[in-house]
Ligand binder design. Structure first.
Ligand SMILES: [Zn+2]
Length: 331
């Protein structure tokens, strides 16, 4: 386990070097070159002012820029526009870009839950009633690695930059990258096993989630809802990156799906297409959700492989442990 953690730290370290230190060094070199050029060109007093202002503006711009944009800007050349999730237009393009799409890992590595007075938090079998959890804003909602859970909420008006119909299930919508991955996943599953994957849910708006949560509350009560039903704003379905699936052998989303050949295939192959099982049985204490064998989240191929290899949830990837660790006892 320690070796795995070390490797995970190495991975983070490599990312920091690749996406932060190298571009920063490059920036510094450019600033110094410009400053040196001005120094060669003329009047010392005037140039000293310009040089100072150029350098300070550059540093200020870099520091105030969201890290994800900084990474995109330093990674792309002047002739190629930065490829962001927002400007992806076709699913094929998204597929091609995916390997180069940086994850904003460094920015969210220090994610922390809000500390909660124990008297305020309501737990049912160790799982929190989301209405009693004070959530923070999701740190980088347009990143494929965005963490949305009981402790991190999306604004009511948040929508993915673009939504497209999911292949075979036109009435469901997904972020174009997730939609392209779903198409490939479904095709591969059918080719390799002969089994057809069914989609039972994809993008859900804040309002739809609000309706679903309240409906669950009315039907089965809070104790039965906390493990499976997300509160509005705290469902990653609102990102357009989550899918609920089943196959022709299962009639609805249930833990019985875990016994199917399809699920076995998914566990071996989902990461190949950028998906992870988001709420595994052995991580309930971390995710604060019951085991959901049907719920998969698109995070991109590189990150999905990393999480699968080191058996990490998105919470752990962002440096977070159990939600219940962030409860303070007022006494
Ligand atoms: Zn789901």
């Amino acid at each position: 386990m320690n070796r795995k953690q070390d490797k995970h730290q190495d991975y983070r370290g490599q990312k920091i070097v690749k996406y932060l230190l190298l571009p920063m060094s490059a920036c510094l070199a450019v600033i110094l070159s410009i400053a040196f050029l001005f120094h060669l060109l003329g009047d010392d007093t005037r140039i000293s002012g310009s040089q100072e202002s150029i350098a300070s503006q550059a540093v200020e711009a870099y520091e105030t820029m969201p890290l994800s944009s900084a990474i995109e800007q330093t990674e792309t050349t002047n002739t190629v526009p930065p490829e962001t999730m927002q400007n992806t237009t076709t699913s094929i393009e998204v597929s091609d870009q995916e390997e180069t799409q940086p994850h904003s890992t460094e920015q969210t590595a220090s994610a922390r839950y809000t500390y909660l007075p124990q008297s305020e938090l309501k737990l049912y079998d160790g799982i929190a009633d989301p209405r009693t959890v004070k959530a923070r804003d999701v740190i980088d909602p347009h990143s494929f690695s965005a963490l949305v859970n009981k402790g991190f909420t999306l604004p009511a008006d948040f929508e993915p930059a673009e939504l497209v119909p999911a292949s075979g299930f036109d009435w469901f919508q997904l972020h174009p990258a997730a939609a392209a991955a779903w198409t490939d996943l479904r095709q591969a599953c059918q080719q390799e096993t002969g089994i057809v994957l069914y989609m039972t849910s994809a993008y859900r708006s804040f309002d739809v989630q609000n309706m679903l949560f309240n409906s669950a509350l009315n039907r089965k009560g809070i104790a039965m809802s906390v493990g499976y039903n997300a509160y509005q704003g705290r469902s990653e379905h609102q990102l357009g990156l989550a899918i609920d699936i089943m196959d022709s052998n299962t009639s609805k989303n249930s833990t019985r799906f875990a016994q199917t050949e399809t699920y076995g295939w998914m566990m071996k192959n989902a990461a190949r297409f950028g998906f992870i099982l988001r709420y595994p049985a052995h991580k309930v204490h971390i995710t604060d959700y019951s085991y959901e064998p049907w719920h998969f989240r698109y995070v991109g191929i590189e990150l999905a492989n990393h999480l699968a290899e080191y058996d990490l949830t998105l919470e752990e990837y962002h440096g977070l442990g159990p939600l219940s660790d962030f409860i303070t006892d007022p006494s």
